[in-house]
Design a protein around this ligand. Structure first.
Ligand code: BTN
Length: 324
């Protein structure tokens, strides 16, 4: 969408439900009223329901339930996250797209969003169910100046940022399960997949992939997920504007990351511990080198989970599947 049309849309969206005069729009953009009318007609073709009333102007009465650059970009308050934004109707996986862009040199903060993924990737090689029109499937590239051993901190930061951004809009009680699941009533609502490319000890780039179940109804989940997954709609009985949730998430993630870069991991760790449902509980951790059972006592400053077994030994859990 061209820049001027996007700016017209921004004004109408900022004044959603109210009339904005065509004359004022033509003054703001220094173009004729016919030119404004043409932009409005194009916006209607993109799915916006816009009412036009003589002497009052234009007002948006409905917008398409579609993730799109024109609805996201003008509303971003971030400095760099998501400013280079790619939105697709359908991709194999946003994770794969983001890796391609990163190897082609895409800048820090580049984001890929899709309405549907045909081969969405979960952790440990599992598939991630990503149907169209319901969730937010996104991946973004960051190029942090950080050693590999600290990369896990960014997964934890991401979990905190998503939780806080969702919690701004909804009362639904969300918990974090180490390292990267967001749960509601023990059902998974968000998954995070962190992948990185590194040289020697330094991170070259990281891809943070996030899947948020937003508007799925129970029957939208395949059989095997019905008892383990949930969505914001199921939990709140209301449909959500995915563009708005994404705009909120981008603002929250960038602000938390900038705080982290300046002040370090400590306060993020405290926030993570506040939201965690694993700490202080008996857990079973299935790791590459066996199963450990014990109490999750905390996380280290590097984001590694500490598990105390019955004999009082402390185990550091770097990567595992956890059941609480
Ligand atoms: C998990 O197993 O919990 C992680 C799921 C991560 C899913 C997201 S959806 C957007 C991005 N693209 C993918 O293919 N996977 C991640």
């Amino acid at each position: 969408m061209n820049k001027k049309r996007m700016d017209v849309l921004k004004i109408l969206l900022d004044n959603e439900g109210q009339f904005f005069s065509g004359e004022k729009l033509s003054e703001i953009f220094a173009v004729s009223r016919t030119s404004i009318w043409k932009h409005i007609e194009e916006l209607k073709k993109e799915g916006y329901a816009i009412e036009a009333v003589r002497k009052q102007g234009y007002r948006i009465i409905d917008k398409p339930d579609k993730l799109q650059v024109s609805t996201i970009l003008p509303h971003l308050s971030s400095k760099w996250l998501g400013q280079n934004l790619h939105v697709y109707e359908q991709v194999e996986s946003t994770q794969i797209k983001a890796h391609q862009l990163a190897t082609e040199g895409a800048p820090h903060g580049t984001m890929v969003v899709a309405d549907q993924q045909m081969g969405g990737k979960g952790r440990l090689g599992r598939p991630w169910h990503s149907p169209s029109g319901t969730g937010i499937w996104l991946s973004f590239i960051i190029r942090p100046d950080t050693p590999i051993r600290k990369a896990a901190q960014l997964t934890l930061l991401t979990a905190v940022a998503i939780l806080r951004s969702l919690q701004k809009r909804t009362d639904v009680q969300i918990d974090i399960k180490w390292p990267n699941d967001l749960l509601v009533n023990k059902h998974k609502i968000v998954g995070i997949l962190t992948e990185l490319s590194a040289e020697a000890d330094r991170v070259n780039y990281m891809i943070l992939g996030i899947g948020i179940n937003v508007n799925q109804e129970k029957q939208d989940f395949p059989e095997e997920l019905i008892d383990v997954a949930t969505s914001l709609f199921i939990e709140s009985e209301q449909k959500w504007d995915r563009n708005q949730l994404l705009i909120d998430l981008i603002a929250e993630w960038e602000s938390l990351y900038e705080h982290y870069v300046t002040n370090g991991f400590h306060s993020i760790k405290i926030l993570w511990e506040t939201y965690s449902c694993s700490l202080g509980k008996k857990i079973v951790a299935n790791t590459m080198d066996g199963q450990y059972t014990g109490i999750a006592t905390g996380i280290t400053d590097e984001g590694v989970l500490l598990l105390k077994d019955d004999a009082g030994n402390i185990h550091k859990i770097y990567s595992a599947d956890i059941s609480v």
